[in-house]
Design a protein around this ligand. Structure first.
Ligand SMILES: [Mn+2]
Length: 311
């Protein structure tokens, strides 16, 4: 049971109506007060939900429908402007959902939302791998004297997961110190996402992984509606190819995911929110296939063990 206050004015399309019966929970986290350039990602969960209703419920890649595969729990009611309290609320919500044996797909919000979620995932999955698709490394120790920021979030994550378990793809911006740190301590792949992911996918097979997608990994031509524009990014096709690879043949067990930094007030054509909505559809369908696969594997294991455990 989720104990934090949630607000629900609309749902992502094709949501089931039962929290209890759903393995995947969609959660909106409208926090944007650590954005260092243009705020406005607090409006992303609402706009992405609205745009989701223009999508087909069928994914040709997965050859499957999204219907009833998740429950949209609504948005966490945020204590506006209070970063520390917001982190606490997000942690508590994530913990409640994970304690119920479910997995979380979240819509940010600025990138800081990833830290409290991963904190709870790392407590549950001891060898958790974090896969970051992003223009920026977000590895700063502090940003304008603030430890908790969308520019420090992956350093906070780095500090709570096993060394060597942070993979960064599509990176094309950061300070020299960040690049030096990443080269030494992280697995950093500059500019591209699909090709390097394909190369490392084999070594990630069977691992539990959390996927965080900062929409600014895309070139601003594809995703202009974001808080910190960074030229020279990947195409939307490359992003979908990468997500599809990850959720299908790569064999990685994606246990949680988020899409962050969509900023509707600067997204005049709605194209960024529309991409994010489709991305979430693919993530939900792909993760639900993983959930099914794991259940089948567990069933087989139980049969081998005499079939005493129910799943
Ligand atoms: Mn980021």
């Amino acid at each position: 049971m989720i104990e934090t206050n949630l607000s629900k004015t609309s749902s992502f399309f094709s949501s089931s109506d039962s929290y209890e019966k759903s393995d995947l929970i969609l959660l909106g986290i409208p926090m944007d007060y650590t954005a260092s350039n243009i705020p406005g990602s607090r409006f992303a969960p609402k706009r992405i939900r609205e745009l989701s209703h223009t999508l087909e419920n069928y994914s040709s890649f997965f050859d499957d429908h999204i219907d009833e595969k998740f429950y949209d729990a609504g948005d966490i009611v945020m204590p506006w402007g209070n970063t520390v309290k917001s982190i606490k609320f997000i942690e508590e919500t994530a913990e409640d959902i994970l304690n119920d044996g479910k997995k979380i797909v979240s819509i940010g919000g600025d990138h800081l939302i990833t830290y409290p979620i991963v904190k709870k995932y790392a407590a549950k999955y001891k060898d958790l791998v974090v896969l970051q698709f992003d223009a920026h490394m977000d590895l700063r120790e502090e940003w304008n004297n603030e430890k908790y920021s969308h520019a420090t979030v992956l350093k906070l994550v780095y500090d709570i997961i096993k060394k060597g378990n942070l993979y960064q793809f599509g990176i094309r911006s950061g300070s020299k110190e960040e690049f030096d740190f990443a080269k030494k301590h992280c697995r950093i792949y500059k500019n591209d996402v699909y090709e390097p992911l394909k190369k490392v996918a084999g070594s990630l097979s069977g691992k539990d992984a959390y996927l965080t997608i900062d929409i600014d990994v895309l070139d601003p031509a594809f995703a202009p509606g974001t808080g910190y524009i960074e030229a020279g990014g990947i195409s939307s096709k490359e992003l979908f190819d990468a997500v599809s690879l990850l959720l299908s043949e790569a064999g990685v067990n994606i246990v949680g995911a988020d899409v962050v930094e969509v900023c509707p007030p600067t997204d005049n054509s709605d194209r960024t929110s529309a991409i994010a909505a489709k991305l979430i559809r693919e993530i939900i369908i792909g993760m639900s296939k993983n959930v099914c696969k794991n259940k089948i594997n567990l069933n087989l294991k139980n049969k081998e063990n005499g079939g005493n455990n129910s799943v």
